[in-house]
Design a protein around this ligand. Structure first.
Ligand code: KE4
Length: 438
């Protein structure tokens, strides 16, 4: 069964006349896997349908938000009600307080929270707050972790052991990049060495406690506790970027799963239920510095927007009502799928790495352990490309990059999992044939 992408091909060509690369976010362009991205017409439950009327089982789920599955009837009904009351007021509403109370109930470390409109805004604002609170300038991030596209975090490790940052994109001034220090993920000794030299100048460490932007890489046992200890020792804030891991690796987030209390947490994706929402929050003593309570300015026309808050409130409420059963289901389906993919690959003597936690999973086309960005980059991206397209042409929609995470939803039933495993067998046969010709 080969999926024709006739209309998508035309749509992609036209889109490029008006939108850079034809997409409003780079990863959607299929740049790293090649080919034409299907243009989507609709989505329901675990399925996507494209404008050529092809149907796919979706493991991207809008990069995490759609944990209930697409177009959940209770979310849709609530939005239909809300939109009759207007779309945006630019004034306070009770609903924003209700969402904030729910977030604090689920993640008690978030004593105060500020709504924004994307994960990027959340991390950008959290860094400004950390610098203001500590009166320090430098920040630390980890190679392979992604926190959105603002200047301070579009930085990669500088050459040599200097660890000072160099811009990861044109347009990022060196003056900003050099205030961002980068160390490898899962290497507490490297972080310790950096702090021993520059600890007094470091405002904050920002980390994806469960890293989802180099493919899914989990923290080594005790690693996050060491990061917490080092930051506390030097008076730097620990910022957990849970934009992706929040409500995905576990209902109460990585901070509960690994029992670490961050100073600040960034959220996004799931808390908007598919509408644009980000948030940052944490200790009241720190958050009270944020305007208008304090002097640190941050604002947003559509922050706390009634439609986005409606979708987020319904999504979080539904998850909370049956959290234990829902997350047991998500874990079960994710484990079943990764187990089946592993068996399918090994039938062709392909031995890869399978990482999963809660409703997040990744397969690294790599014979060795993947514990950080350096080892992730050793993966066979050509084999991944063959596998990706073999799956897409069988109606399985995976993240179009080896260095992305895939997601499960409550709408993915056993038939979806079995169909995906069956497609995997065919796809690994193609990888096997491809490898023979290399
Ligand atoms: P947004 O600005 O895209 O809402 O969030 C940025 C962000 C921050 N922190 C983490 C841990 C994230 O994963 C993200 C965004 N994730 C990507 C997926 N790798 C979004 C997909 C995209 O860029 O189109």
């Amino acid at each position: 069964m080969t999926f024709l992408l006739e209309k998508s091909t035309k749509a992609f060509a036209e889109a490029k006349e008006y939108i850079p690369g034809g997409v409003n976010s780079p990863v959607r362009s299929f740049r790293s896997v090649g080919g034409t991205p299907p243009f989507i017409a609709s989505a329901h439950g675990s399925k996507l349908k494209d404008i050529d009327n092809n149907e796919y089982i979706d493991y991207v789920l809008s990069w995490g938000p759609c944990i209930l599955g697409h177009s959940h009837e209770k979310v849709t009904a609530a939005l239909q009600q809300a939109v009759m009351q207007g779309t945006s007021y630019g004034a306070p509403t009770i609903l924003e307080t209700k969402v904030s109370k729910l977030i604090r109930e689920i993640m008690p470390a978030i004593e105060r929270v500020r709504m924004v409109n994307s994960g990027t805004e959340a991390t950008m604002s959290a860094l400004r707050l950390a610098r203001a609170y500590t009166k320090r300038t430098k920040i630390v991030k980890f190679a392979g972790c992604y926190h959105g596209h603002h200047d301070s975090l579009l930085v990669t490790a500088g050459s040599g052991a200097a660890t000072f940052g160099v811009p990861d994109s044109p347009g990022v001034p060196d003056s900003i990049a050099t205030t961002t220090l980068t160390v490898p993920y899962n290497d507490a000794a490297a972080l310790e060495r950096l702090f021993a030299k520059q600890g007094e100048e470091i405002a904050a460490v920002i980390i994806e406690p469960v890293a989802g932007n180099m493919g899914l890489v989990l923290p080594k046992k005790g690693y996050l506790a060491q990061v917490r200890k080092i930051t506390a020792q030097y008076g730097a804030l620990l910022i957990f970027d849970e934009v992706m891991s929040g409500f995905r690796c576990a209902f109460h987030g990585a901070q509960d799963l690994y029992n670490i209390q961050p100073d600040l947490t960034c959220l996004g994706k799931v808390i908007g239920g598919g509408l644009p929402v980000g948030a940052y929050g944490g200790k009241a003593e720190i958050m009270e510095l944020i305007s208008p309570a304090g002097p640190v300015y941050q604002a947003g026309t559509l922050s706390g927007n009634p439609l986005a808050m409606t979708a987020g409130y319904v999504t979080l409420t539904l998850l909370k009502e049956q959290a234990e059963a829902y997350y047991a289901f998500l874990t079960k389906q994710t484990e079943k799928l990764t187990r089946g993919m592993k068996a399918a690959a090994e039938a062709f003597d392909l031995h890869y790495q399978y990482h999963h936690v809660g409703s997040m999973f990744s397969m690294f086309f790599n014979g060795a352990d993947v514990v950080d960005y350096e080892t992730a980059k050793q993966s066979d991206v050509e084999a991944f490309r063959v596998y990706f397209h073999a799956m897409l042409s069988q109606g399985i929609y995976l993240a179009p990059s080896q260095f992305e995470c895939a997601f499960m939803s409550l709408a993915h039933n056993d038939a979806d999992i079995e169909q995906t495993i069956a497609a995997s067998k065919n796809a690994f046969r193609e990888v096997y044939e491809f490898n023979k010709m290399r």
